[in-house]
Design a protein around this ligand. Structure first.
Ligand code: FES
Length: 70
């Protein structure tokens, strides 16, 4: 069984934000803005639009929760 490894984050998120995708440094604010302004329905849409989830994939479950809530 292969264990997921948390992505290395070299810089902290700005104090008023948190990363929902550490690999691509996508903040929750940026994600919510994208979800409210673009026709984003799937994880694939998100990856194409802002790149979120296009690294280690550890954030996919979190990103899917945001998509499901929208
Ligand atoms: S945290 Fe690695 S792809 Fe999002």
């Amino acid at each position: 069984m292969q264990l997921a490894v948390a992505p290395e984050v070299t810089e902290p998120a700005p104090s008023d934000a948190r990363y929902v995708c550490a690999c691509l440094r996508i903040t929750e604010r940026e994600l919510l803005s994208t979800l409210s302004s673009a026709n984003i329905r799937t994880l694939r849409d998100l990856r194409r639009t802002i790149g979120a989830g296009d690294g280690c994939t550890a954030c996919h479950r979190t990103l899917q929760r945001y998509l499901d809530a929208g």
